[in-house]
Design a protein around this ligand. Structure first.
Ligand SMILES: Cc1cc2nc3c(=O)[nH]c(=O)nc-3n(C[C@H](O)[C@H](O)[C@H](O)COP(=O)(O)OP(=O)(O)OC[C@H]3O[C@@H](n4cnc5c(N)ncnc54)[C@H](O)[C@@H]3O)c2cc1C
Length: 488
């Protein structure tokens, strides 16, 4: 029996009819087959029923739906591309809710060449915005593996990070303003694109990273950047994580802070990708202690100028840095992409890591961050703990910003159930605490990390979050049971 079926029948029918009047009958689904894709998350770990799925066309319709749900006592789960890795965008079991999908709101409303900004609706797929901006000679730098299906609304709601944070910051730093519908149904329009606007509490920053618990983001204005005229993409085999961090800073110093991405990808992960996707082969001479996929970009004409050897200035500068680091022993092997195709192949290896780990066996994925100076300490200690408890590990990370996706794995899916995962998690979180790390770097809390949030977030912060939630959403209608753990 669907949730619509369980609610008092006439009440449910009236509610669904009202949704249809607002969004149009074609955009309200109640049949299990039509709703299925919206009710299970990307990891297949979270799944629950909904009264309906509704796809509004604009902020005005979203506002009417929010008011309708408030009067009917039905909660709202906003959803973009449904690529959340924290179970954030699908309903909770036993809670009467609708999924409000932003998938119809796909307009790119305005491109401001002078101000270098773009206004786009929440349902625009990240890759679509990247291409749109690229065709106009600029760059929207947010990027990561789910770019072909995640949406701008989801990126904002989770304050997504990805590979280019080391240079451009996370989604919060790329956003200049929002349009959103608040839990009382009012529409907040903050799309001026101003770079300076100190007029009190910043609602934009409150909504970014709020995972749908404080309102529904319907559009946003984003900063754009110059497109690099020249890029160097290199896969490096390095002596250690500390050697990689030395290289990071040296390249930043010598290139005017031009590293666009600095991704950690050690041998076990390269091997897992090669196993899952045999067409992809690491070009490095094997075994790689610390693999790094580094991309450096420059929009300076002088860097793109070719010298007598046929190399441009940026390539020449990097070759000289690599030579220096090879002499010191920090770099053991380096491969530089010679064509767009080679660059794409290197990035494909990086972007297929998550799928490769899932194919490898059972896994638990941490999404953590550490001060750079403590990364190797964490890896050393945690690898020992993991081995002692019987786990293998497959770890990648956005090393440039100290963000590790540390995975405890077992190729034997049966044996996995007998492994002491609870103890491994407790020891990892204790170590993180000692090393000033965060238990959630970029994927958000959703449903999957509520227990950790309750245990580890400082009480002063948790209490303030609960007070904000109560003030803006007193009836707990917006994505309940996510992000903010209930007080005990
Ligand atoms: C292969 C893969 C790689 C990934 N790599 C990264 C990575 O490198 N960095 C990173 O940060 N994340 C990564 N993610 C996680 C995920 O893709 C991002 O968090 C993404 O930003 C979610 O966007 P979405 O549109 O799919 O949101 P959804 O999954 O639909 O929703 C995510 C959360 O946001 C809320 N939400 C969605 N839209 C709105 C809206 N318009 N208004 C209010 N709330 C809303 C939902 O309720 C939910 O809580 C990855 C995921 C996959 C599958």
């Amino acid at each position: 029996v669907s949730q619509a079926g369980r609610l008092a029948e006439s009440f449910a029918a009236d509610f669904v009819d009202a949704l249809r009047r607002i969004a149009g009958a074609r955009h309200v689904f109640t049949e299990p087959a039509d709703m299925a894709g919206y009710l299970t998350d990307w990891t297949s770990q979270y799944s629950a029923d909904a009264v309906a799925v509704v796809r509004p066309a604009d902020a005005e319709q979203v506002s009417q739906i929010v008011k309708l749900c408030a009067s009917a006592g039905i909660s709202i789960v906003p959803q973009g591309g449904n690529t959340s890795l924290a179970g954030g965008g699908v309903p909770s079991k036993g809670v009467a809710s609708i999924v409000l999908s932003l998938s119809r709101m796909q307009a790119i409303r305005h491109f401001d060449e002078a101000g270098r900004t773009v206004v786009a609706e929440a349902g625009v797929v990240l890759e679509t915005l990247q291409s749109y901006v690229d065709e106009r000679g600029l760059q929207f730098p947010l990027t990561f593996g789910a770019k072909g299906s995640c949406t701008l609304g989801g990126n904002l709601a989770t304050n997504a990070g990805g590979s280019n944070v080391v240079r451009y910051g996370n989604t919060r730093e790329l956003c200049l303003g929002l349009e959103a519908v608040l839990p009382d149904g009012s529409i907040f329009n903050g799309l001026t694109g101003l770079r300076k606007d100190n007029t009190g509490y910043d609602l934009k920053d409150l909504l970014i990273g709020s995972e749908g618990t404080l309102g529904i983001i319907t559009a946003a204005v984003f900063k754009l950047y110059p497109k690099p005229l020249t890029r160097v993409t290199a896969l490096l085999s390095m002596a250690s994580v500390d050697a990689a961090i030395r290289a990071l800073n040296l390249v930043q110093d010598r290139t005017g802070h031009s590293i666009e991405a600095f991704e950690y990808i050690p041998q076990p992960v390269l091997s897992a990708v090669e196993k899952a996707f045999p067409v992809l082969k690491s070009p490095l001479q094997g075994p790689v202690e610390t693999g790094v996929l580094m991309e450096v970009g420059s929009s300076r004409l002088s860097d793109a100028k070719t010298d007598d050897d046929g190399f441009n200035q940026l390539v020449a500068e990097l070759l000289s840095i690599f030579e220096e680091l090879m002499e010191s022993g920090d770099i053991r092997d380096a491969v530089i992409a010679q064509s767009e195709q080679q660059r794409a192949d290197l990035w494909r290896m990086r972007e297929l890591v998550l799928e490769s780990i899932m194919a490898y066996g059972a896994a638990y994925h941490f999404d953590i961050s550490l001060p750079l100076a403590n990364v190797s300490w964490f890896l050393r200690e945690m690898d020992l703990t993991a081995a002692e408890l019987g786990f293998e590990t497959l770890t990648i990370g956005h090393l440039g910003d100290g963000n590790l996706h540390y995975a405890l794995v077992s190729a034997d899916r049966e044996a996995w159930h007998g492994l002491p995962l609870g103890e491994a998690k407790a020891r990892a979180f204790e170590l993180l605490k000692q090393l000033n790390g965060s238990f959630s770097a970029e994927h958000g809390i959703g449903q999957s990390k509520l227990d950790v949030m309750r245990a580890l977030k400082q009480p002063a912060q948790l209490n303030a979050m609960r007070a904000i939630k109560r003030a803006l959403d007193p009836d707990d209608m917006m994505n309940p049971g996510r992000l903010v753990p209930a007080a005990e």
